[in-house]
Ligand binder design. Structure first.
Ligand SMILES: Nc1ncnc2c1ncn2[C@@H]1O[C@H](COP(=O)(O)OP(=O)(O)O)[C@@H](O)[C@H]1O
Ligand SMILES: [Mg+2]
Length: 270
């Protein structure tokens, strides 16, 4: 590893968030290879933001990605993204919602890159009969195997996991800190940049978040904040290793097919 040590900060490769106004405030993007928590309550556009990063990387840099959804179905994700104006014909989208069709799905991988592999675990949950709910690591193993296969067949570089909380409801972890640590380390050994979606639970039970936060390289926090007789979407960077970042709270807007971070540190003039 020592041969790979970066000594010049400008040599740190970064992947944009594609949030205009935010990338400029985090030295251009999130360092490649980071595991980032994308944290927020329901409806804060966590899934949309991650989708947007993978989508843009597929189009602009021909990067291959895996989007693993534990809850939301393929149809629902696609419907949301099409409504937001993403043109899915610009990427090679491969949907896998049946484990027996995994190999067939991976045959559709384009050699020129830009592959967006969407695995909908919700649909395949029923097919994984050998996973005992009492076996803590089993679901994590299913996930790791999907990552390994897509890495091997499609050389995925980006990975969204949607969501950690859905995983926790499927499996109980004896030693969450260790198991999550191993999972994040596993992604690093595969040279994968990860976006872990972390749902803020309405019941105030966010005990797992402490572990997630400690172990991740970066935390992006998304919020819905009441402001006058309205709600503003907000985005802020809580943590980002190897990055000089502006931790202001920005308003988050999605318009004309792109995300914008606006009014850093100031209230919007609603
Ligand atoms: N074109 C759009 N412009 C702005 N917001 C949108 C658009 N399409 C959907 N949304 C909003 O995005 C939200 C869902 O985003 P999603 O990424 O699924 O959130 P999360 O994953 O955080 O629950 C919905 O509340 C919806 O109103
Ligand atoms: Mg979501």
């Amino acid at each position: 590893m020592s041969n790979d040590l970066i000594t010049d900060p400008s040599k740190i490769e970064r992947i944009k968030t594609y949030v205009k106004g935010l990338d400029e405030n985090i030295q251009g993007g999130i360092p490649k290879g980071h595991v980032t928590l994308v944290h927020g309550s329901a409806g804060t556009m966590k899934s949309s933001l991650c989708f947007s990063i993978l989508y843009n990387e597929a189009i602009l840099n021909k990067k291959n990605s895996l989007y693993l959804s534990l809850e939301q179905s393929f149809e629902s994700i696609v419907q949301n993204m099409v409504n937001m104006g993403f043109d899915l014909s610009k990427i090679n989208m491969i949907n896998i919602n049946d484990l027996s069709k995994f190999s067939a799905g991976l045959k559709k991988v384009s050699k020129i890159g830009g592959n967006f592999i969407l695995v909908d675990i919700g649909a395949i949950r029923g097919q994984v009969k050998d996973v005992k709910t009492s076996e803590n690591r089993s679901w994590l193993n299913v996930v790791k195997n999907i990552v390994l296969r897509t890495k091997k067949e499609a050389n995925i570089e980006l990975f969204t996991f949607d969501s950690l909380q859905a995983l926790y409801t499927l499996s109980t972890f004896n030693n969450p800190r260790m198991e999550l640590f191993n999972f994040f380390e596993f992604l690093k050994t595969q040279s994968i940049t990860g976006y872990m979606i972390s749902e803020e639970m309405g019941n105030g039970n966010n005990s797992m978040f402490d572990n997630e936060g400690f172990l991740s390289d970066a935390i992006i926090d998304l919020r819905l904040t009441p402001f006058r007789r309205n709600i503003v979407r907000e985005i802020k960077v809580d943590k980002m290793r190897a990055t000089k970042c502006n931790n202001d709270v920005f308003s988050l807007e999605f318009k004309n097919g792109a995300f914008y971070a606006l009014y850093g540190g100031q209230n919007p003039l609603l």
